[in-house]
Design a protein around this ligand. Structure first.
Ligand SMILES: [Zn+2]
Length: 249
């Protein structure tokens, strides 16, 4: 990991002496110096030609993937797909996500969540649902709530294919139970959070004249953190309303 970062990432930084009193002025000076460094920083072109020894990350496409040897050794932990190469940062993010959330839900799980939870909430719904899942001999996945995924053609290579008639019939029964309530849809929402002009906020452009710059900056940072924690708590409660995916780099 460490060597990869040395090869692929360039850390830039600036330091300004702080006298313990003029926090705002020092911060502004530091920010303007950082702006200058960003403007002139050196960009090197990554080579990703066929046959090249190093590959770009399959996720971010920006940084170089860590060496194959490292990927192979850690394959299990990184949960790599076949042919996937991750940079050190994306690999670390994925690993952290695994630790925090387990695997990420499929699109079918997300889009079918409302339907499944309403079904379970009906009288005898939990039992019906469990019986349906059982038909798949331990291979159930939420995609099997959609009729096109349980046709004989779709499941002919699955170990439970011989039950396809029973599966289709039970699926129709579940739909009949749900008929007048929630339709089985394939829609889901992706909500992206992005803080506008955060640089300006943190540098005090929008603060009132004469306010305690350090305190407001700290409060703003605290509020952002609190809000992010609230969103996370709201979504990842036991009823599984959604998942958080970290973006950016
Ligand atoms: Zn990456």
């Amino acid at each position: 990991m460490r060597s990869s970062f040395r090869i692929t990432s360039r850390f830039i930084g600036q330091a300004v002496e702080y006298d313990g009193v003029h926090y705002k002025e020092t911060y502004e000076e530091l920010e303007s110096l950082m702006g200058g460094v960003k403007n002139v920083r050196y960009f090197s072109q990554n080579k990703n030609a066929p046959g090249a020894e190093v590959k770009n990350c399959s996720l971010c496409g920006m940084r170089l993937a860590v060496e194959d040897a490292l990927i192979d050794k850690q394959k299990k932990n990184y949960q790599l797909k076949k042919g996937e190469h991750l940079c050190a940062l994306c690999a670390a993010k994925r690993q952290r996500q695994q630790v925090e959330n387990g695997s990420f839900p499929s699109i079918a799980t997300v889009s079918g969540y409302h339907w499944i939870s309403e079904l379970k909430g009906k009288a005898g719904g939990e039992k019906r649902w469990a019986e349906y899942c059982k038909l798949f001999d331990g291979y159930f996945s939420d995609e099997y709530i959609y009729p096109e995924n349980i046709t004989l053609q779709a499941i002919k290579k699955e170990p439970f294919s011989q039950k396809h008639k029973e599966i289709e019939r039970t699926n129709r029964e579940l739909k009949a139970v749900m008929k007048d309530t929630v339709p089985l849809r394939k829609y889901y929402a992706l909500v992206a959070f992005d803080g506008d002009s955060m640089g300006k906020w943190l540098s005090g452009t929008f603060f009132k004249e004469g306010t305690d710059f350090f305190k407001l900056q700290r409060n703003l940072s605290q509020a952002l953190g609190d809000y992010a924690r609230w969103v996370k708590g709201h979504l990842t409660r036991s009823d599984n309303r959604g998942r958080i995916s970290s973006r950016g780099s």
